[in-house]
Ligand binder design. Structure first.
Ligand code: F1P
Length: 333
């Protein structure tokens, strides 16, 4: 249900952020650099923000894992953004409090009105995912992505990007019915699964792997595609499928060569790309075609596709999808 709500969630969040001029004004004073802190899926959203804001706005962005912030972050007086669906994640709250104590302006991006993070931060931008009951984040991640894209469009004054965002909900809708049965069957028997991507698709791969391990209990790793040769190649085998995001853009040619290297080492590859691609289907074991799209829609569509894959694998293995073992919806201690 929550996966299916995502087209509307994307649309609602883009429009809600557009209507938050006071909170957006906090970003305007921060043209020098930004820091973002978050945990779990929200951390993966933060990595997407870094790629987006650095490439569209030329603003350096540093991203820290909430639980590591206190060890690595030097006192800086840059604006610090905390992304947290629940607004209650202890490590993210602690990081924002530290940032405030250093005199940094703080901005919360959260889904929950009146949550603790809104009382700590100087300004809040709300995502509009609605209540998320499932422990694994799906629609809240897409809402965070929508907010990040709209913030990027605002900061770069990029009306073309803003226009593109008006269509992404339709593109997500088109992703919800694409056939994944064969890929699910391949994953259900896997010992371990690698998810690989490059550029913006690297955080998407990290999030895909997190969804898979959270709800199906299959060991999964997200990797920057070029890093696989620095160790994980040793693990490649016919029992270790690799899910490769080979979407159009500047990372496509090098993804194709990464996939060939993986195939040469005996691992089956599920390629996620664009319908009509003549090269990718020839070199992978299974091809999942997404409708033709640009990069912005592509990251949303690929994220949703990986959520669906994890969902059906977990379902096939009889897992309790909404309440995975050992996990809590928000980690408050
Ligand atoms: C962070 C998070 C979620 C994850 C799980 C535990 O939550 O890691 O991404 O799905 O529910 O917490 P939040 O800070 O975004 O609320």
């Amino acid at each position: 249900k929550e996966i299916f709500e995502q087209p509307q969630v994307f649309y609602n969040t883009v429009h809600a952020v557009r209507e938050s001029p006071e909170a957006l004004a906090y970003f305007v004073g921060s043209r020098m650099s930004l820091m973002i802190v978050a945990c779990g899926s929200s951390y993966h959203a933060a990595l997407l923000y870094k790629y987006l804001i650095e490439s569209y706005c030329d603003i350096p962005v540093r991203v820290e894992i909430g639980s590591e912030f206190k060890y690595y972050a030097p006192p800086l007086t840059v604006p610090v953004i905390g992304i947290t669906q629940s607004g209650e994640t202890a490590d993210t709250l602690a990081a924002l409090k530290m940032a405030k104590a250093w005199g940094c302006p703080t901005i919360a991006i959260t889904n929950v009105v009146g949550s603790s993070v809104t009382r700590i931060a100087d300004a809040t931008i709300y995502t509009r995912a609605g209540p998320e009951m499932s422990v694994a984040a799906t629609k809240s991640f897409i809402a965070q992505l929508a907010a990040g894209l709209q913030i990027t469009a605002f900061l770069s004054d990029n009306t073309a990007l803003e226009m593109e965002l008006n269509r992404v909900n339709i593109m997500i809708e088109d992703t919800l019915t694409i056939e994944v049965e064969d890929a699910v069957a391949l994953c259900c028997t896997a010992q371990s699964i690698f998810f690989i991507g490059r550029g913006l698709y690297y955080p998407v791969a990290l999030e895909g792997a997190l969804k898979m391990k959270e709800i199906s209990y299959i060991h999964a790793e997200g990797y920057a595609a070029g890093e696989l040769k620095h160790g994980p190649f040793a693990l490649l085998s016919p029992d270790t499928p690799v899910i490769a995001l080979a979407m159009p853009g500047k990372t496509y040619p090098v993804m194709i060569s990464n996939i060939k290297e993986i195939k040469a080492r005996g691992a089956p590859v599920i390629g996620i790309g664009i319908a009509g691609d003549s090269e990718l289907p020839e070199i992978v074991d299974l091809f999942i075609p997404l409708p033709p799209c640009n990069e912005v829609a592509g990251i949303a569509m690929a994220s949703v596709m990986l959520q669906r894959l994890a969902y059906y694998v977990a379902d096939g293995l009889g897992c309790d999808i909404d309440k995975p073992r050992n996990l809590a919806k928000s980690v408050t201690v």
